[in-house]
Design a binder for this molecule. Structure first.
Ligand SMILES: [Fe+2]
Ligand SMILES: [Fe+2]
Length: 154
């Protein structure tokens, strides 16, 4: 998808803040680049996993949620290393946002185990994509920019 077709892309260029809700089908649809090839590839893989979980039938939903969680834990560890190596000033805040979303995924896993699939699907189709776009456009983008330039602003 071209940059111009991404909802909110123009607003993001103007303000640095992504304000539009992403589409529920996300694979390949969010063209936010942090500029770090490894992190961006991880983010693209995460989009695919969200799509897989969103479209999984009830029997496969638990496995899909577990894959999502595992991917995020490994990805967050990579960002932790980047923050530690570059002494990122907002590392505690950034890690806190990671912890919050892992807590939400754990809640979704618990909801799924209790058969509350409506809550799980709402989380996957609405809350998680919105969190992802906002997190990448702000904390991840600033972290990569800091690692490359030693500057917090854009
Ligand atoms: Fe990230
Ligand atoms: Fe992050």
């Amino acid at each position: 998808m071209t940059e111009g077709a991404v909802p909110g892309a123009a607003a993001f260029r103007e303000t640095g803040i992504m304000i539009a809700k992403p589409p529920s089908s996300m694979a390949g649809s969010i063209a936010i680049s942090t500029g770090d090839a490894i992190i961006d590839a991880d983010h693209a893989a995460f989009e695919v996993l969200i799509d897989e979980a969103s479209t999984a039938d009830d029997a496969r939903l638990g496995t899909a949620l577990a894959r999502l969680r595992r991917h995020l834990v490994e990805h967050f560890e990579q960002e932790d290393v980047m923050m530690a190596e570059t002494a990122f000033p907002a590392a505690v805040f950034h890690r806190g946002d990671h912890d919050k979303v892992l807590d939400r995924i754990d809640a979704a896993i618990a909801d799924n185990a209790m058969g509350n699939r409506r809550a799980v699907r709402a989380f996957l189709e609405d809350e998680l994509p919105v969190w992802f776009v906002g997190h990448v456009a702000t904390l991840d983008a600033v972290t990569v920019h800091w690692a490359r330039t030693g500057l917090l602003g854009f």
